[in-house]
Design a protein around this ligand. Structure first.
Ligand code: SF4
Ligand code: SF4
Length: 544
């Protein structure tokens, strides 16, 4: 029987192979098909740009829409078929405009499909999805590039929302998107493209770091309240700090509090947001626990990006608002006005009618250990390493997820010897950031740099230590990598780390389904990539 769909872009791919009937994430075959078609249309646009040698400087709107389209297809970001359908039509129009204003660009049969009704679009989608590439290694390398681009696009869009852009990133996106249509590329050339994707991933993460810190200051050590107050409130999820800022501004003086959720937790670490008295702290845990936590939160929830778990209950759906690349059918979507301002008044008015959040925990957690803060503590950290008080650092950045196998990370953190420190970023932290792991001479044993893009901070910290200890190879540092992945932002983080020269990274809880055996071998042999095993065995292995 033919597959209804095929998607293997995230760690939850069904049976470790791919989702063929409906996504484990909740994505149905219509959304999956439309996402395939949207990605294909981006490749066509990129082919026109490359073949026509069009200047990126003249393509501002196209580039922004390419980035937004890629972001819309990230796992758990957008489940709204109508929104993706509209985006495809927008991209086809931009493609046709490019052809009309630059006649004579030779693209053969490619870049010629025309949008029609939904059914005909889904028929076209069947011809251009992941499985359209027969050769499994070529398919694997192409998709590795595409998933890296999706993660890169997410970071690029957040930076753009804060007014920071790097045209070289757009240029590379066009190069990469068009290259995956090129049947003449050898496996070696595709491997080189994968590494180049990592190189631009570093640039995207650096750009976002600059955007966030120049707008809101450097993250600083912060005790974040995880309890609640007795006032109505809004929960903000996702990653976009510009949305966070606008929400805080608009809720000020309204009697409505604001709490962060999941990946928005690190917003608490930025100096610029601390002035808001009604910014209370963080509510809940990693994204997948939202099914129960949104119920007890009681107030409206604003999704600025992924990760949405399809809300089954109408009562919850009614309280969910989306903006940016996020979307869910039946949930209200907020778009910016001509001045790029988002009006959250509807969310605020709803909050006023809702009871305050129900307490699910009390106390606080500590974070804010991004590069500037850790550099400020460098003497203390270096001393602790020199005296042997800190034996090893474990980078445990990445994503959390609902699979039981992820309990490994809690057990791993608990069993690590007390003279080790965990460096984290992304929502993987929720597996151990509330454990009483203590500190080493005042240095907490879990140092949270921030969101998954702040893995960039962890790389900078490692590179700084390499400099301080006068090492020629960053892999000689007492740093081990045990990273958890879930979706495509973790892919670009991994490729960025590989580009920066980090080796022997362990990836779990399972290796990506989109890596063919041969591509896995390349990663194992060239970079020492490995999976995970039993906690006790792995700890022994890492400490040796
Ligand atoms: S995003 Fe993940 S869970 Fe969703 S359809 Fe794709 S592989 Fe399956
Ligand atoms: S770290 Fe990954 S899985 Fe977690 S919220 Fe961020 S993007 Fe989603």
């Amino acid at each position: 029987m033919d597959n209804k769909m095929f998607c293997f872009q995230c760690q939850e791919a069904a049976k470790g192979i791919g989702c063929t009937i409906k996504g484990v994430c909740g994505k149905d075959d219509t959304v999956a098909g439309l996402q395939d078609l949207l990605i294909h249309t981006l490749k066509e646009i990129s082919l026109i740009v490359r073949k026509g040698q069009l200047a990126t400087a003249d393509l501002t709107e196209v580039s922004h829409q390419v980035v937004n389209s890629l972001f819309m297809t990230i796992t758990n970001a957008n489940f709204d078929a109508d929104a993706i359908d509209a985006q495809i039509r927008k991209m086809v129009q931009l493609r046709e405009d490019l052809k009309n204003t630059n006649p004579g660009i030779e693209t053969g049969e490619t870049a010629s499909w025309q949008s029609g009704d939904r059914a005909s679009m889904l028929e076209t989608a069947k011809l251009v999805g992941v499985l359209a590439t027969d050769h499994e290694d070529v398919r694997s390398l192409r998709e590795l590039v595409i998933y890296g681009l999706k993660g890169m696009a997410a970071y690029t869009e957040h930076a753009f929302n804060l007014g920071k852009e790097n045209p070289a990133i757009y240029e590379f996106m066009y190069e990469a998107l068009s290259s995956v249509l090129d049947d003449s590329l050898t496996a070696d050339q595709l491997v080189a493209l994968v590494l180049k994707t990592g190189e631009y991933g570093v640039q995207a993460m650096a750009l976002l770091d600059e955007a966030n810190t120049s707008a809101y200051g450097n993250p600083e050590i912060t005790e974040v309240n995880i309890g609640v107050r007795n006032r109505p409130a809004i929960l903000i999820s996702g990653h976009d700090l510009r949305d966070m800022e606008q929400l805080l501004e608009q809720t000020e003086g309204t009697g409505v509090d604001v709490y962060t959720h999941s990946e928005m937790l690190p917003a608490n670490y930025y100096p610029a947001f601390k002035k808001y008295e009604h910014f209370v702290g963080n509510y809940g845990n990693a994204w997948w626990k939202q099914v129960t936590e949104f119920k007890s939160f009681n107030g409206p929830i604003l999704f600025t990006t992924n990760c949405i778990v399809p809300p089954r209950e109408e009562a919850i759906r009614e309280r969910i608002f989306t903006t940016g690349s996020a979307g869910y059918p039946g949930c209200r979507h907020i778009v910016p006005d001509a001045d790029d301002r988002k009006d959250f008044s509807e969310v605020i008015e709803m909050a006023k009618q809702c009871p305050p959040p129900q307490e699910i925990e009390t106390g606080s957690i500590v974070g804010g250990f991004a590069h500037a803060q850790v550099f400020a503590l460098a003497d203390k950290v270096v001393d602790a390493v020199k005296t042997g008080a800190i034996r090893k650092f474990f980078v445990m950045a990445g994503c959390d997820g609902r699979m039981k196998s992820r309990e490994y990370y809690t057990e791993f953190a608990e069993k690590l010897p007390k003279d080790t420190v965990i460096l984290t970023a992304g929502c993987a932290k929720y597996r151990y950031n509330k454990l009483p792991l203590g500190d080493i001479g005042g240095i907490p044993r879990v140092l949270d740099a921030g969101q998954c893009n702040d893995s960039y901070s962890l790389a900078l910290i490692a590179l700084k230590l390499k400099e301080i200890f006068e090492l020629s190879d960053v892999n000689d540092l007492p740093v081990a990598f045990n990273i958890a992945w879930y979706e495509q932002k973790a892919v670009i983080v991994l490729l960025a780390l590989l580009f920066l020269g980090f080796k022997n990274i362990h990836l779990g809880p399972t290796l990506p389904a989109f890596l063919s055996p041969n591509v896995t071998n390349v990663l194992v042999n060239t970079f020492g990539i490995a999976g995970i095993g039993e906690v006790d065995d792995d700890i022994k292995l890492f400490l040796n």
